[in-house]
Design a protein around this ligand. Sequence first.
Ligand code: AGP
Length: 620
Amino acid sequence: MCGIVGYVGFRSVSELLLEGLHRLEYRGYDSAGIAVMADDGIVLRKRAGRVGELAALLDEQPVRGSIGIGHTRWATHGETTDENSHPHIGGNGEVAIVHNGVIENYISLRNQLQEMGYVFQSQTDTEVVAHLIAHHLSEQQKLNCDEPCMRTCLRAINLSLDQLKGTFGLCVLFRDCPETVIAARAGSPLVIGIGKDEYFLASDASPLIGYTKEVVYLADNEVVVLQPSGIQITHRTSGSVRPSIQTLDQVSSDIDLGDYPHYMLKEIFEQPQTVENALRGRLNEEEGTAVIGGLNLTPQQLRKVDRIVLTACGTSWHAALVGEYLLEEFARIPTEVEYASELRYRNPPMTEGTLVFSITQSGETADTLAAMRECKRKGHPTLSICNVVGSTIARESDGGIFLHAGPEIGVASTKAFTSQVTVLTLLALYLGRMRHLSYPAGKRIISQLRDMPAKIEEALQCHDRVKEVANKYADFDNFLYLGRLCNFPVALEGALKLKEISYIHAEGYPAAEMKHGPIALVDEQTPSVFVVPRSGIQPKVMSNMEEVKARKGPVIAIACQGDNAVAEIADDVIYVPDIEEYLQPLVCAIPLQLLSYHIALLRGCNVDRPRNLAKSVTVE
Ligand code: AGP
C-alpha cells in the first residue's frame, strides 16, 4: 500500500523515479509525485491520478537533479486530490517527505504544530510528519550550528520518530543537506539497492531490477542515511548496523508484460510454470513424500504437532481453506483457518503442539504480520508460505516454504493462489507421510502432482469458451458461486475475483448452504456458477443445480471433460481436465480467473488497477 522510491547518485532522477513509480503503481494509484533536489532547493511535482498523469506533468514542467524521492499513493487520510498527494513539504520547504503507513496520533501532533504556527495544506497524516521533522530540524540547527548537516538531519528525524505512533516507511529530502536522503522504517517495508556511487531505495525490489542485484532489507526501527558516497544504517535503540547484503535474483523479464495486454492475463497463463516452480525439487519419488527443507523443525518436533493454524487474508485465506481440507485429509492434523485480521485481536486456546503458518503472497500484509507476531510472542513456532523472498513475513517467520512464483503484479491474485495450494498439498503430503499416509498413497499423490503443470496447461485451453460465456453474462449485476468440500474455497475465490475487478456483486457459498438463505437471491437475473467436477459429492451438487434451475436461475458449470450429465442441467459448461478430487482446486480456479478477467474487460474495467484496491495491504 503506497509505493516509495528514492535515489542518490548521478543519474537523471526524474526519469528514474518515474520508472520506479510505474513499477510500484500496483501498490496504490490514487496519486503520484516526486520531490527533486534542484539547484535552487526542493522542487515538487505531484498530481492526483495514475503515474501517467505525473508523467504528463513532468513533460510540461521537467525538473532536473540527481537526488530525489517519489511516491504512489493509496489514500488513507484525505481524498485523492493534488494537495493530498505525496511528497509533502515541511516548514517553509526545508524538508520533503514521502510516507507509507498510518500515523495514529496525527491529530494531536497536528494540533500542537498548528499552535506553533505551522500551516497545513492537506488532510493527510503524512504532512504532520513533514512539519514535525522541519520543527526539530530548526531546533537542532540552532543548538548545533557547527556540526555536519547530515548529523543534524538525522537527529531531527530520530526526535520526530520518537513522537510517532503507528506504522511507517518514510523517506526524507533536506533542502540544507542536498546530498542526503534519510529513510526510516517501522512496520512498512523498505529495501536499499546498492550501486557504484549511487543508492536506490524502494518499498519493494521491483524498481531496483535492472539497476543493481545487491540489496539490503531495512529492518523495523532502522534508519538509513543515503549519500552518493555511501550508506549508514542505525537501529534506533541499538546503534550502528552492519548492512547485510543480499542478492536479488529477479530479472527485468519477470516484471515485463511481454505480449500480454494485462499482468493478470500474463499471470494466469504463467500458472503451468509457476506450479512447476513450486514443485521443483520437492517430490521424493523414492520415499513417496515431499521434500520440505525450510521448516527448521526436526521430524521429531513435527511429529508432535497436534494442531495447525493457517492464518491469511483474501485470496491467501481461500488457499488456506483448501489447505485445511488437505492437511486434515492426508495428515489427520486438526487444522483451523483464521482471518489474520481477527486472529491478531483474538485469544484462541492453542495447545503446546500448535504450529502456525502465515500464508501470504507479498509477505507484507499488515494483518498477517501482526497475527504472526502475536502467535510468536505466545511461543508458537511461526512458519510462512510466502512468495516474496526478503519480505517482512519471510524474514520474521521461524521457517517456511517459498512459492517461487515470480513477481505477481496484477492486483487480483491468480498464480499465487495455485502456488499456495500446490505448496499446501506438498505440506499435507509431507506431514501425512510422517503419520497415517501409506507409501503407495504417497507415491500416487506424487505422480498426480507431477502431472499438474500439464493439467493446468490443459485447463487453460478453455480460454475461448470462457470468452463466449463472459459475453453472455457480462451485463448481469449479481452472481452466486457455489462449490463443495475443497471446491468451496474455489467458489469463494471465483466470487472474490469477480467482485474485485469487475465491481459485480458476487457471493461464494458451499453449494448445500444455498438452501439456507442465498437461494432467495435466485432469479432470471442472478447467474449461479457451480464448481462441479466429478467427485463423490457431485450428485449432491447437481441436485443444487436443479434447485437453481427450478427457480429460473441461469447456471454456469465448471465440470470435467465429457461430463454430459452436468451439461444437461447447466445453461453453459466450461470444461476442465478430470483429475483427483483433492487436486481439483488447481484446475477449477483457472476458468473462474479467466471469467472474471473477461467480464471485467467487457465492462470497461481496469483489471490490473481495480478501483479502491492496492496489491499489498500494508495498513491495518
Ligand atoms: C486477491 O486478489 C487480493 N487482491 C487480496 O485479497 C490478497 O490476496 C490479500 O490482500 C492478501 O495478500 P497477501 O497474500 O499478499 O498477504
